[in-house]
Design a protein around this ligand. Structure first.
Ligand code: ATP
Ligand code: MG
Length: 400
């Protein structure tokens, strides 16, 4: 019913690192060739943690855009823009906030984590509590069906789905819908109508997803229906009446959580990252000083790859023979840790070098990036405005 759009964003709070590349950008680059994609600099989200020191945000925003382009995001395929230039995100966030139960936000793991670990001078803010809802608005305002992100974002995407479902349930009312849906059921013919009703009951009473999928497949095959009746019957299945907002799905890469130099999640704020602009000397120094299996105190002590953060990098960067060489060498103390790290260093350097070359023209002429963003903002705004017209109408804020 709506085009299969892809939406994702990143916070301009520092330089991009390998986690961003393996966890998200790789999927952005894959999807941009297949579907309409919108990628945004989440500057309002940066304020949720940097409201007292917003001076870094603008510089980080332009640098991040260069890093995306350098990694292979293609502005002739994808729309690149800055969140705060599309105020429809904020309008949808405000409207969604009216019907979002406080408990949904308070239960978000990232919020719990922050509240439990506040430093003495920090406080929990309204903006931080609401940021998963702003994320929901960022995605729902484009009716996106896919959100390519890292694993840490899964609970947020799950909440987006609940928010969309709740919105459609509350506001997706078409006058006389029930009667119209039942008329459409009759048009299925008696055999299919009976099956449809059975499957609908099974789904609504027992939440049986299999029944839902079966009913949808049956509707897809039923040739006798008009488009509008088919849409009604899809909506009627799930109890919602008209799909104004679309429930998106997360899209993970094979490396949905890249560990950092210390074995925890690689993160901008964790001081454990290898940046996409790191040169050979920087990469070499960082990997060479990475901790390894604590059991390998001396070169002759055998180790266990499962306990070593470097092994996780081998799993991302090395082919099978190299992995076997590293695992065998570690368990038998046949190789030293520095030896084991070298193929990882070489692979990271080889991955980053072409990116750094591709970044150069944009660094030399920043007006190129500004033009890309200006175009992207125009495109994104038009799409967001279409959704907002339907949202306002559904909520009785039409005033025409
Ligand atoms: P911060 O510490 O400021 O939260 P971050 O490094 O977590 O920074 P974000 O801007 O929050 O970066 O994340 C942007 C995107 O990159 C998200 O989709 C996130 O899931 C993904 N991502 C970030 N770090 C990793 C990682 N280590 N592995 C896989 N994906 C990651
Ligand atoms: Mg993060």
């Amino acid at each position: 019913m709506y085009p299969d759009r892809v939406v994702s964003g990143m916070r301009p709070t520092g330089s991009l690192h390998l986690g961003h590349y393996h966890g998200a950008l790789k999927n952005w680059i894959r999807l941009q060739a297949e579907q309409p994609c919108l990628f945004f600099v989440a500057d309002w989200h940066a304020l949720t943690t940097h409201y007292d020191d917003p001076s870094i945000i603008e510089k980080a925003a332009w640098e991040m855009m260069v890093d995306w382009l350098a990694a292979g995001v293609d502005p002739s395929q994808a729309t690149l823009f800055i969140q705060s230039r599309v105020p429809e995100h904020a309008e949808l966030h405000l409207l969604l906030s009216m019907a979002t139960p406080l408990g949904w936000l308070e239960r978000v793991p990232a919020y719990r984590d922050r509240v439990d670990n506040l430093a003495p001078h920090e406080q929990a803010t309204y903006g931080f509590l609401g940021y998963p809802l702003l994320q929901a608005a960022d995605v729902l305002v484009y009716r996106a069906s896919a959100v390519p992100v890292g694993e840490d974002q899964l609970p947020h995407v799950e909440m987006m789905r609940e928010i969309a479902r709740r919105f459609n349930y509350l506001y997706g009312k078409e006058p006389g819908f029930e009667q119209k849906a039942q008329d459409a059921v009759k048009k299925l013919g008696s055999k299919r109508a009976r099956l449809y009703n059975e499957l609908r009951t099974q789904y609504q009473q027992n939440g049986d997803d299999e029944a839902l999928a079966q009913a949808k497949a049956m509707l897809d095959e039923a040739g006798s229906l008009s488009m509008i009746d088919r849409e009604r019957l899809f909506g009627y299945l799930e109890g919602s009446r008209k799909l104004i907002l679309v429930e998106p799905q997360a899209q993970l890469t094979a490396t949905a959580r890249l560990p950092g130099l210390d074995g925890g999640k690689m993160s901008k704020s964790g001081g454990n990252a290898i940046g996409l602009r790191e040169d050979k000397a920087g990469v070499t120094q960082k990997v060479r000083t990475m901790p390894t299996d604590p059991a390998r105190v001396r070169r002759t002590d055998p180790g266990e790859p499962a306990r070593c953060p470097v092994w996780q990098f081998h799993q991302v960067y090395s082919d099978t023979p190299t992995q076997e060489w590293a695992a065998r060498g570690c368990r038998s103390a046949g190789i030293g840790c520095l030896e084991c790290k070298q193929p990882v260093i070489d692979a990271i350097v080889a991955e980053l070098e072409p990116m750094q070359e591709r970044a150069q023209p944009y660094l030399d002429d920043p007006s190129l990036v500004r033009a890309i963003v200006a175009d992207g903002v125009d495109t994104a705004r038009k799409l967001a405005q279409e959704t907002m017209r339907d949202v306002r109408e559904a909520m009785g804020l039409d005033y025409t």
